[in-house]
Structure formats: structure tokens, C-alpha cells
Design a protein around this ligand. Sequence first.
Ligand code: SF4
Length: 192
Amino acid sequence: MLKNIPQNIIQKQKILLHVCCATCSLHPYFLLTSLGLEVTFYFYNPNIHPKKEYIRRLKDVIAISKKYNIPLITGRYEVKKWFDLTKNFEQEPEGGKRCTLCYRERLDKTARTAKKLKFDLFGTTLTISPHKDHNTINAIGKELESEKNITYYSSNFKKKDGFKKTIKLSKSLNIYRQHYCGCIYSKHKISQ
Ligand code: SF4
């Protein structure tokens, strides 16, 4: 019977968690591990520009994965693909059609990788941002779940002060916190 099996023998469900940056990944990581999931980070963010910024965010993700012993898989930096995908949507506001394409691209790659590497679930830290609609992100995740035949972990990591908690953790670890979402269009918007 399951109740007689020692906890360390029960196989944990493995989740491939798409992470957009170190700050946003901290609270989701601790939450998911507290729920008994075995988390692997997946950094696939061809939306982040310029490259210097991409490297800066990746470096911090590597640092926390080392600090907490979290396995990390890094996807390719497919910048051309991302610009082709979002062509003609440059003027969209944050949260508009360009962002939907951007979420889908990153979640699609996460779902494919999770399926290929035989994870039980895939998910994303993107729902921790107060600027992002978790319903839109989760709807994309659910579509991909049916398409790729792998379970999506629906989330709203910002609830119960999730965003505040992750910022607090990030500050305590002295992690760099960016001031724009990632793409060059969001960067230009804040510098206007
Ligand atoms: S604002 Fe953020 S989510 Fe939207 S397209 Fe740019 S990087 Fe992607």
C-alpha cells in the first residue's frame, strides 16, 4: 500500500519549469518543491535583448541553480526566429498580441523539450508577473498540453503575495532585477 512506502521511495513528479529570469523563478521554485515536485529549470528566452542583457539574466539563473542545486537546461538563443515571429507587432502594447506570440513561442519550446526528455509536467514562471495575465498564459499552456500530449501545470504564482515574496528573496540574494520585460520594444517603452 502507498502509505507504507517510505517517502523517499515514492517517485516525485518531474516538472520542466520555464524560467524567464532568476528573480521570477525563486518563489515558484520553493512553492513547487514544497508541493513535492522535482523541478528542473528551462531557460529559453530569445525575446531578451540586447544580448548583454540576455547573458546577464542567464548568469543569475545559473547562479541560483548552482546555489540550490537545481538542474538547469538552457535553450538556444533564437533571436532571428523571435523577430520573425513578432514582425508587424512591434507597436503592440505590453500584454497585447506580440506578448501572446512571445509566451506561446517560449511555452511551445518548453512543452516540446519536456516531452522529449520525459518530464511529467511543464510550466512557466511567467505568471508571477503583475504585468502578465495568467489566464492568457494558462490558456496557451492548456492548448499545448493537448497538442503535445504532456500535462501543463496551470499557475498564478503572483497570488498570495507571490510577487512580493520573490522580490524579497531576490533582494536578500542580491540578484539583479531588470527594469523592462525583455524585448527591445519593452526596453524602448521605458526609456521614452
Ligand atoms: S513585452 Fe515581454 S512578453 Fe511582451 S513581447 Fe516583449 S518580451 Fe515578450
